[in-house]
Design a binder for this molecule. Structure first.
Ligand code: NDP
Length: 347
C-alpha cells in the first residue's frame, strides 16, 4: 500500500473527510458534521491547536464512554431573553448550531439575549460560534469552563480551568473584530512540549505542587498552571466559573475533572454561556451610528501599527480559500489511520 503524501484540500473536501472519520468512528451524522465544520475551520484559519489534531480527543472521549455519539440537542425557546439547549451529552458544536438562530432572533427582538448550553462536551475554539453571530450583525460574548488545571493567583492547587473567553463585534463589509483566548497564561500542551524537549518553561506560567513559582516543566505538570495577568485573569476565570457553570446549573472545572475520572486527554463535560447584543437597539435614541463609531476606534488602533485580533486568522483563511488547505504527509497518514481504524486508532 502506498504511503499518504502531503496534500492540498479544499475546505469542503477536508470537512467531508473529517465528517467521514467521525461518522465511521460512531458519531451520528448531526454530531459528526457539526464537529467537522469547526475542526476544518480551525485548519482553514491556521489554528492548528483546534484543527485535525482534535479528532483523536473526540474519538478518545467516545471510546471512554464520556460523550453521547447520537445526541440530538433539544431547544427550548419562550418569550424571555434566555434560549436553552440541552446538548444531551453530545458535543457543544451541534448544540450551538441548534440554538444560534433562536439566539439571534431573541437578541434582535429584545436587544440582548443569552444562549445557555447544558450537558455538552467541549473541545473547540469559541471564535466559530462568535463569527456565526457577528455575521448576523450582532455583538457577542462566549465563555465556558474547562477542567481544573489552573491555580487561582496566590493559590497552589488546580481549581480553575483554562476557561476560554471570546468577544466579537460586527464590521459591515469587513471581517469582524474577534478575540478568543484561554484565561491561563499558556496551554498545558505547551508545558508538555517543554518537558519533552527538556527545556525550562518561561517564568510566570506555573507553580509547583507546593505553590512555588517554577520553570521546571515536570514540577509544573505536577503543580498547576497560572491565569494570565495575575489577579486580573484569575478574577476573569472565576467569573466564567460563576456565570457559565454555577449560574447555569452545570459543572465547574473541578467537577468536570471529576466527571472525566481525572483523564485530561478527553473532552470535558460542562456547559457554555453565549450572549448576543443588538448594537442598534442599545444605541437607539443616542447620536451617532455605533458601527461607524466603532470603525473610527478600530482604524485608530490599526493606524498605530497595532494588529487587531483575528487578523492573522483571516489572512490565513484568505490564503486557504484561494490555494487550499495544506496538510503534511504525516497529517494525511494520521487522517488515513483514523479513518481506517476508528476507535482502535486511539488509546
Ligand atoms: P492566543 O493567545 O493564541 O490568541 C488569543 C487571541 O489574541 C486571538 O484572537 C489572536 O488572534 C489574538 N492575538 C494573538 N496575538 C496577538 C497580537 N500580537 N495582537 C493582537 N491580537 C493578537 O490564544 P490562546 O492560546 O489563549 O487560545 C487559543 C484557542 O484555544 C482559543 O480559540 C480558545 O477558545 C481555545 N481554548 C478552548 C478551550 C476549551 O475548553 N474549549 C480551553 C482553552 C482554550 P489571531 O487568532 O488572529 O492570532
Amino acid at each position: 500500500m502506498t504511503e499518504p503524501q502531503a496534500a492540498t484540500l479544499s475546505l469542503a473536501d477536508l470537512t467531508a473527510l473529517v465528517t467521514d472519520i467521525l461518522h465511521r468512528a460512531g458519531f451520528a451524522p448531526n454530531q459528526a458534521a457539526a464537529l467537522a465544520r469547526t475542526i476544518a475551520a480551525g485548519e482553514r484559519d491556521a489554528c492548528k491547536s483546534h484543527g485535525i489534531y482534535r479528532i483523536e480527543a473526540c474519538l478518545r472521549t467516545l471510546k471512554e464512554g464520556k460523550v453521547a455519539a447520537d445526541a440530538v440537542p433539544t431547544l427550548t425557546v419562550d418569550d424571555s431573553a434566555i434560549v436553552r439547549v440541552d446538548a444531551m451529552g453530545g458535543f457543544a458544536n451541534a448544540a450551538f448550531e441548534a440554538g444560534a438562530p433562536a439566539l439571534a432572533e431573541r437578541a434582535r427582538a429584545l436587544g440582548l439575549a443569552a444562549l445557555v448550553i447544558n450537558d455538552c462536551n467541549h473541545i473547540s475554539a469559541l471564535w466559530p460560534e462568535i463569527e456565526t453571530l457577528t455575521a448576523e450583525g450582532l455583538a457577542a460574548i462566549a465563555m465556558c469552563p474547562s477542567y481544573a488545571t489552573v491555580a487561582p493567583t496566590g493559590g497552589s492547587q488546580p481549581l480553575l480551568g483554562t476557561n476560554p473567553f471570546a468577544f466579537g463585534w460586527p464590521r459591515p463589509g469587513k471581517h469582524p473584530y474577534v478575540f478568543d483566548f484561554a484565561t491561563s497564561v499558556a496551554a498545558r500542551g505547551e508545558i508538555e512540549l517543554h518537558r519533552r524537549a527538556g527545556t525550562p518553561i518561561p517564568e510566570g506560567w506555573a507553580v509547583d505542587a507546593q505553590g512555588h513559582p517554577t520553570t521546571d516543566p515536570e514540577a509544573a505538570l505536577a503543580g498547576a498552571m497560572l491565569p494570565f495577568g495575575g489577579h486580573k485573569g484569575s478574577a476573569v476565570s472565576t467569573m466564567i466559573e460563576l456565570l457559565a457553570a454555577a449560574m447555569i446549573g452545570d459543572l465547574t472545572s473541578p467537577e468536570a475533572l471529576a466527571f472525566l475520572d481525572m483523564k485530561t486527554t478527553i473532552a470535558p463535560r460542562h456547559g457554555e454561556l453565549i450572549l448576543a447584543f443588538c448594537p442598534e437597539r442599545f444605541a437607539a435614541g443616542r447620536s451617532g451610528d455605533p458601527f461607524a463609531r466603532a470603525e473610527t476606534l478600530l482604524d485608530a488602533i490599526a493606524g498605530q501599527g497595532a494588529r487587531l485580533p483575528s487578523g492573522r486568522r483571516h489572512a490565513a483563511r484568505e490564503t486557504a480559500l484561494k490555494q487550499g488547505i495544506r496538510l503534511t504527509a504525516a497529517e494525511m497518514a494520521q487522517l488515513d489511520r483514523l479513518r481506517r481504524h476508528g476507535l482502535d486508532a486511539v488509546s
